[in-house]
Write a protein of this length. Structure first.
Length: 190
């Protein structure tokens, strides 16, 4: 079974919305505004590109990433990697042609079937609504979180609001950087 990893920039209060400056959110760009940049805090992002063998996204994240990531040198390893988009509304005609192979999945059952295939880790970037649904369906195996020392209040959150049994996590890697960012790698315990 393939490992499904959710990776996110997240505020201390759980907000993941618009970390890179995406329009429409009042705190847009919170990962770099008034935050000292330390390259070592972001090394995990390069490791993810080297270790992942596929990328999974929701429709909104695909629509945000696909116009810019294919031409960005920082994300070159993702260009050739198979990509999967979970959406009930996207069509083949909505997919960009310069970002390698992309498959549309129509349900979480199709995501579960993808996890059963041969191959290495599948990485989920952004995709807050999808991540919540994947967690509720017990499909996430690991979280890579860069936790920023900020309280943003309102905004899209990574974790589910569903009233459910406790989900235990095991901290398998962590580091704290001089700018206050914390790296937490957590495995889901089943």
């Amino acid at each position: 079974m393939r490992t499904l990893i959710s990776t996110a920039f997240i505020s201390l209060d759980g907000v993941v919305e618009a970390p890179g400056g995406e329009p429409g959110y009042r705190n847009s760009g919170w990962t770099f505004k008034d935050m000292e940049f330390l390259p070592e805090a972001f090394e995990i992002k390069g490791q993810e590109q080297k270790e992942a063998t596929a990328m999974l996204m929701g429709r909104a994240s695909y629509e945000a990433f696909s116009p810019v990531w294919p031409d960005m040198e920082d994300f070159a390893d993702y260009k050739l990697m198979p990509k999967y988009v979970v959406s009930t509304t996207l069509t083949e005609g909505d997919l960009v042609s310069n970002w390698g192979g992309t498959t549309i999945l129509r349900s979480l059952d199709e995501v579960a079937a993808l996890k059963e295939t041969e191959g290495g880790p599948i990485i989920v970037h952004g995709s807050a609504a999808l991540t919540r649904s994947l967690a509720d369906a017990d499909l996430i195996d690991r979280y890579h979180l860069l936790v920023f020392p900020l309280l943003l209040g309102a905004g899209k959150r990574l974790f589910s609001y569903t009233d459910k049994d406790t989900q235990k996590l095991k901290l398998v890697e962590h580091e704290v950087y001089a700018n206050g960012i914390q790296k937490n790698v957590l495995d889901v315990i089943r």
